[in-house]
Design a protein around this ligand. Structure first.
Ligand SMILES: Cc1ncc(COP(=O)(O)O)c(C=O)c1O
Length: 358
């Protein structure tokens, strides 16, 4: 029986044509007209002045860390329920990581975040995540960061196309980031973007992403940069994907509707339905469902393992943690790829119902 993947890339003739055109233009290097066009289109879509496209969402986060000079003097506060990439760049710079529990939507618990900010010493950054394409409470987080003089970075890696009170994901914080990894809503096979309204910040990030070369004929450097720029070929792929984002979101919405909201994480207005998360009765039921799905050649995954439970972060402070632990214990991410058919969803539901999922 055909394998159903969690969230495979959704690419076809439009993407093939765009890549071929970029190839034929001979702009096969990291810079080129498609990179510039992709940046303009992304910035417009995110309601931002600037987008800097790079090789991954992680690289975009690293450029945000470089901009603020995050190092061991810094405290970086992040939700515990997220992918490790949210905090990877801050970890590598030696920042003190502090984790915060989820609320019932899975996103960062704002009351606990307030406590973490009140306790934080020295320069502080909050990296807030739009979990599974569901925007966190931008206004509340922004107000808290302003009150405490903390930098707000919005990790919208999973949230391309989602909205918060009508505003696009990617529009919050001093900087926001997107990911275009192969499993995301739109893909450049690997890629990401840094979004900001600060022209000077974007110029610095763009420069750092290209080895921080000064404007000279020879190679002149006042600082050491990175090689993070996205290739022109991949930007062409991204542009083609972005052109189809509306249709992709419609398809995702229909897939989520076919699963139904019953027994799932509570809906969040404006979500992009990147992944549908089913909550099973307990861990035994989750594991049984996972095994049955695997036997039926269907890919599913537990919800992110909270970062405060990861061995590498065992010494980090966590504010709360029980809600995220419960979501990890019972939550299952269901296949939600844009290319799924009604029959595919029905196949997944049939296997799940045999498990007695709620
Ligand atoms: C929440 C979150 N942050 C950051 C990233 C990093 O993005 P990338 O894989 O493009 O480096 C991802 C995805 O992989 C993610 O899910």
């Amino acid at each position: 029986m055909k394998r159903i993947f969690l969230s495979p890339p959704y690419v076809g003739a439009a993407e093939r044509k765009a890549i071929a055109a970029a190839f034929d233009s001979k702009y096969v290097a990291p810079c080129g007209p498609m990179v510039d066009a992709f940046e303009r289109r992304l910035a417009a879509r995110a309601g931002r002045r600037q987008a800097v496209v790079v090789a991954s969402g992680t690289a975009a986060l690293d450029l945000a860390m470089a901009e603020y000079g995050v190092d061991r003097r810094w405290t970086v506060i992040a939700p515990t329920l997220t992918f490790i990439a949210t905090v990877g760049p801050a970890y590598h710079r030696g920042a003190k990581l502090v984790f915060v529990d989820s609320d019932e939507t899975g996103n960062i618990d704002v009351a606990r975040l307030a406590r973490a900010l009140a306790d934080a010493k020295g320069p502080t950054m909050v990296i807030a995540v739009d979990l599974y394409g569901r925007c966190c409470d931008y206004d509340a987080i922004d107000a808290l960061c302003r009150r405490h003089g903390a930098v707000f970075v919005s990790d919208a890696a999973e949230a391309v196309g989602a909205t918060y009170n009508g505003r696009p994901a990617g529009s919050a914080g001093a900087c926001a980031i997107y990911s275009f990894n192969g499993n995301k809503i739109i893909t450049t096979s690997g890629g990401g973007a840094l979004l900001t309204d600060d022209d000077a910040l974007a110029a610095r990030a763009r420069k750092r992403s290209q080895q921080a070369r000064e404007a000279a004929v020879w190679y002149e450097h006042r600082e050491v940069g990175y090689n993070y720029r996205l290739s022109n070929l991949l930007a062409a792929l991204g542009l083609a994907q972005l052109g189809r984002l509306g249709k992709i979101l419609d398809k995702r919405r229909r897939i989520a509707a076919a699963y139904g909201a019953d027994g799932c994480l509570p809906p969040v207005a404006g979500e992009n339905h990147w992944l549908t998360v089913k909550l099973l009765a307990d861990t035994a039921a989750r594991d049984a469902a996972l095994a049955r799905l695997a036997a039926a050649n269907i890919e599913a995954r537990p919800v992110w393992k909270p970062l405060h439970l990861q061995p590498v972060f065992r010494r980090c402070r966590v504010y709360g943690g029980a809600v995220a632990e419960d979501l990890f214990a019972r939550g299952l991410c269901l296949p939600s790829g844009t290319g799924m058919t009604k029959a595919d969803v029905a196949r997944v539901k049939k296997v799940l119902s045999a498990e007695g999922a709620r």
